[in-house]
Design a protein around this ligand. Sequence first.
Ligand code: HH2
Length: 280
Amino acid sequence: MAATLDDILHSHRTRRPVVMGVLNVTPDSFSDGGDFLSPSVAVAQARRMITDGADIIDIGAESTRPGSDRVSPAEQIARLADILPAVTASGAIVSIDTTSADVAAFAFDSGAAMVNDVSAGRDDPAIFALAAERGAALCLMHMLGEPKAMQADPQYDDVVAEVKAFLAGRVDVARAAGVSRERIIVDPGIGFGKKLEHNLALLAGVGELCLLGLPVLVGPSRKRFIDDVANVPMPADRLGGTIAACLAARAGGATIFRVHDVAATVQALKVAAAIDHAGP
Ligand code: HH2
């Protein structure tokens, strides 16, 4: 059975795995750009991910891949207008992947229950008050720099400690704007201003992020670090690496997995849980 929003927000306590299926309504996303621009194809993809076991559909209308250009809120809303309401109407829990309060407001008006903000409220601080007012769930992600230049030469002394401190600080800012702690999810932002060693350290160090006492989301799906490790140039071929990363993060305590390939991820999480239950 698909998780409720409460199940998702309590997943760090229950250890229930939650799968967030990615639906990019963009011409330029790094792995599925242009695939789901047509409303009928996008809605069919959302339905398929739900059938495959997705608990949340994360819909984005702006690519944040390295080097990407910004998309205005009006253009994001135009891309979403025929798609997001149809997905919420099908009963799915919808998350809007945006850093714009205007786009989030449109999504909430159309039935979305969550905002996934890769800038953690730094792009448009009004997003916190809006999430608070609507009682929405809020995912705060770490990113070093901006998508345009974030992969230029990211540097950290201690990436896990720095990401954890950043997230703790953004949680405080969100709470000061009225967001309930019970509605917040945190995410280390795999691939956002990180070299290979940083992505691996964060996946290995998820347990440290879990000490924040909030659900931890990870989004390793099809990302370039998998190519760096295993020489897989085509994003669509990176399923094995995606699953390995999800299972490693799960072992560290992450409970929410943002992926393109829902069925295979759900299968892997079920088998991992069954093995755990059989253990001593
Ligand atoms: N990754 C992407 C986009 N949004 N949100 C969260 N919370 N965590 C992530 O790791 C994350 C995210 C990038 O992946 P994708 O949506 O497939 O690509 P693009 O940004 O090119 O649309």
